[in-house]
Write a new protein. Structure first.
Length: 466
């Protein structure tokens, strides 16, 4: 159980780290292209790409790729050092997560406690609100309240409530307010804000997430403005009303709600962005396509580089911290079987397993760790020179406490004449073969047991007498 917990923890925290890495690189790419998209008035595209950046911070696509395509028997394996570090990281992360979550709950409680609300009873206001709901297309029940608040806002993901300022009662202003807040609901901005807070809790150690949250808060307001004045076809009148109802800044309340007016500088930015929106033309369209392609390319390269880099880095940490001591829960048997030579034919199914060639270290990894009964896997032909040494390190595991008999695991290499140099064992294959003649060879592993086994590990070639 302890070993399983540690394996789960190493995968979880690797996912958190890699999500933070890929999300941050995509955020930088978004920051670059958003300035260009903003100048050309592509508000909708900028807003959608920012949502994709937020998703990248929580979807562990790199870990999925590592487990699916880069599994080599070493990735996510444990040494004593890694086990101790993962426990320490788990404790520190949990403390930070609890502190951030507690702070959010306290702010939300204070926000609710300091504001007094009452239901709106005015029939004209309620009828206007109902008509605005139908125009926007919001069918969900929304509570309409009034209170002493600096600016009208909407709150609540499950039970949405629009809060009006007590001094705003004329129909023109109320209509703009209703359109604005109902558009936030249609865009599900409150749910995305909650999602942004969750990201801050998970990646509490990384302050860039706060900047990402502020960017989303800013662009959600911009996109809401764009949707409303596109619907009403009156951009000038819309922003005039926003300026008239602007009173005080919302301060920390913006973390739990979406307000019509949050601060003066934000409103100025929203107006400037609105001015840049113009007619579409071929050059603007091609420019937008190129920027979107750059963003997608950045994401693809980031994911691929993160997967390869993490795999190599993790393998390096395992090599540096592996002491030969047993990790609790593991049973590593010593290989005492002598090397054998012979030529034998088999009627077993032979498959070719993929290899990953890293030129500098010349390490090749077993691609598929699961091997059926009476099945052999072989590499493609590899060239070795006389005096080279081939180091085999394969670990064999089986399910349901089934025991592999002595000699059921066979591994070694095959020369061009079909002569096999091999060793047999019941648990692990650990041996260094010396090549006595230059030529092409194939590395093989044969499962003679009556059931499927899991094989993990690698083989490594050392030049000369290394």
């Amino acid at each position: 159980m302890s070993l399983m917990i540690r394996h789960c923890l190493i995968i979880i925290f690797s996912s958190i780290f890699l999500c933070c890495l890929t999300g941050s690189i995509l955020f930088l790419a978004w920051k670059y292209i958003s300035r260009k998209l903003e100048k050309q008035g592509f508000i909708h595209i900028t807003y959608i790409l920012l949502k994709l950046v937020m998703i990248a911070y929580i979807i562990p696509i790199v870990v999925v790729i590592l487990l699916r395509y880069f599994w080599d028997g070493v990735i996510f394996s444990l040494t004593s050092f890694i086990s101790n570090m993962i426990y320490a990281l788990a404790i520190i992360w949990c403390i930070g997560f609890i502190i951030k979550l507690t702070g959010y709950v306290i702010r939300r409680y204070q926000f609710e406690k300091t504001t007094q609300f009452c239901e709106v009873e005015n029939k004209e206001i309620k009828d206007l609100f109902k008509a605005c709901k139908e125009t926007i297309g919001v069918k969900k029940e929304v509570h309409l309240t009034m209170g002493m608040v600096p600016s009208p806002y909407v709150k609540g993901v499950l039970k949405p409530t629009i809060v009006l300022s007590e001094d705003i009662i004329d129909a023109e202003r109320l209509k703009v307010i209703f359109y604005h807040e109902l558009m936030h609901m249609k865009h599900r901005d409150l749910a995305w804000k909650l999602f942004g807070n969750v990201l801050i809790w998970i990646h509490w150690y990384f302050p860039v997430l706060k900047r990402l949250f502020r960017q989303y808060d800013d662009w959600s307001e911009t996109y809401c403005d764009f949707s409303v004045y596109t619907l009403t076809k009156s951009r000038k009148q819309y922003f005039r009303v926003l300026y008239e109802i602007a009173t005080q800044e919302m301060e920390w309340g913006t973390a739990v709600c979406s307000a019509v007016y949050e601060d003066e500088s934000g409103l100025v930015r929203r107006i400037e962005r609105a001015k840049r929106i113009g007619e579409m033309n071929p050059m603007k369209f091609l420019s937008a396509v190129a920027l979107i392609f750059f963003f997608c390319l950045s994401g693809t390269v980031t994911v691929a580089a993160s997967a390869i880099g993490f795999q190599r880095g993790y393998m390096r940490v395992v090599d540096l911290t592996e002491t030969g001591d047993l990790v609790e829960g593991e049973d590593i048997a010593k290989n005492t079987t002598e090397e054998k030579t012979g030529k034998f034919q088999t009627d077993y199914q032979v498959k070719e397993f993929k290899i990953w060639d890293q030129e500098k270290s010349q390490i090749y990894f077993l691609d598929n760790p699961y091997l059926d009964s009476k099945t052999e896997v072989q590499t493609k032909k590899l060239y070795f020179e006389k005096g080279d040494r081939i180091q085999l390190d394969f670990l064999i595991a089986q399910k349901d406490d089934k025991k592999i008999k002595e000699g059921d695991a066979v591994s070694g290499y095959i020369n061009e004449d079909g002569i096999r140099h091999y060793i047999t064992h019941s648990r692990d294959i650990m041996n260094k073969f010396q090549v006595h003649k230059s030529g092409y060879y194939r590395i093989f592993f044969l499962n003679l047991s009556p059931f499927k086994v899991q094989v993990s590990g690698d083989f490594q070639m050392f030049k000369g007498e290394g």
